[in-house]
Write a protein that binds this ligand. Sequence first.
Ligand code: OAD
Length: 249
Amino acid sequence: MGGIEISDGLKRKLRSAEWVTAFTGAGISAESGVPTFRGEDGLWKKFKPEELANFGAFMRNPELVWEWYAYRRELIGKTQPNAGHLALAQMEHRYPHMAVITQNVDNLHRRAGSTVVHELHGNIERNYCTGCGKYVSEDFMARQTSAPKCPNCRGLIRPDVVWFGEMLPVDEWNKSVSTAERADVLFVIGTSAIVYPAASLPVIAKRAGAYVVEINIERTEFSSEADEVLLGPSASILPQILECANKEG
Ligand code: OAD
């Protein structure tokens, strides 16, 4: 993709902003090779969320749910952060308050070098016991085959991700809300913006005065509320925004 036109309005915001926040969804990792959930090739076209991403289903058939998570963990493990993740990580050097709020569980923001990351839907690399609540190590998980049991209490181990019907982690949510409320500029990147409560963050930011810029390959339910919509792949657009921010700095 060629260069995008960055409006004078956005240039001014990039110049004056101190608090910059990125709210990301599966689309930012698409160019790393992680499938999105919705759309033509989306995971939810091939798999049923009610059989794989809810606690009742897990208790009924832990082997099936673990097979799905083992498949995703392996797939994610082979991927690398792309230019979009890396550009956001670089923005920490440009802005005194740069944060990422993500719905993704793939850990690619941290692997790209972002240090302030609020994970609203958990992290596929962490696992804990449904019985005693203790986290287990990656080494322990690497030795397991299917539906691992806790080495302390023999309870079922589950991935530390948020399933349908579950609450978001309270601390991550509270930090995300206050980050969104403080943002001078909020980027909404690669999300269909339809899964709540996460999808309310761009609206919270806008009401609190943020300049909200959506980056997506297509328009979404949120587009009409954004101050600007930049259409195109985030791995192309974010490096251009970083370059502009550094120039305006
Ligand atoms: P979706 O799969 O719903 O949406 C992905 C978005 O990324 C779409 O709007 C695409 O147009 C856009 N997209 C795809 N490729 C892109 C690219 N290269 N650059 C920019 N945008 C691109 O994913 P999410 O919005 O993240 O929840 O889904 C939200 C939640 O629904 C997920 O966290 C997950 C799922 O059920 C849980 O697991 C709790």
